[in-house]
Design a binder for this molecule. Sequence first.
Ligand code: HEC
Length: 194
Amino acid sequence: MKKKLPLALLGLLSLASLASVAQAMGRSGANPASRIDARSRVVDASGNIRVPANYRATYSFLGSWAIAADHGQGSKQIHDVYASPGTVAAYHKTGRFPDGSVLVKEVYETATGAMTTGIVSHAEKLKGWFVMVRDSKDNHPGNKLWGDGWGWSWFDASDPLKTTSTDYKANCRSCHIPARGSEWVYVQGYPVLK
Ligand code: HEC
């Protein structure tokens, strides 16, 4: 009996480590299945995009942008950017955004004031979201919100399900031309991609 105990313990230990490996895989979400899953939750069959539900809990935080105030100190807007599970790991491997990757940029109005660290702006009111969905094969040629390897849409904070964008060439493209060489994404702002 006594001799069998260590074996049983070993079994338990290896079960435990298997479980933690499985958990770690789930967390990193590096498997292609979770990328397809991210896309299917965000895009319907005709290519209509929505803001992903619950992205703050399940997506990776990429980084933030502070837009300087027109006058005086502080920032007038703060933009926080998130990527769907698996995007960061795949980007590290290939240097590219894999098909199905979803990027979400939150746009906040700020409040600025004196704090113990200095003059500080913080996110105050969510104005809405910019969403991009990677599609390097340009699967929606007839849809004006898709092209150049992405689906593109803006959502007012009042309606995360329905975009107000009508044509990415008019609504998005020209502003993203400086980032064309990095698949239209301003990657320099995202420390976790470096
Ligand atoms: C006025 C110029 C401008 C317009 C219009 C614009 N973008 Fe952007 N976008 C930027 C800039 C600059 C950044 C990064 C810096 C920042 O957020 O200020 C950015 C960042 C993003 C990001 C975060 C990922 C990245 O590329 O770094 C997403 C997502 C995004 N834009 C989507 C869109 C979509 C979708 C549209 C159209 C509906 C759009 N943008 C229109 C200038 C613009």
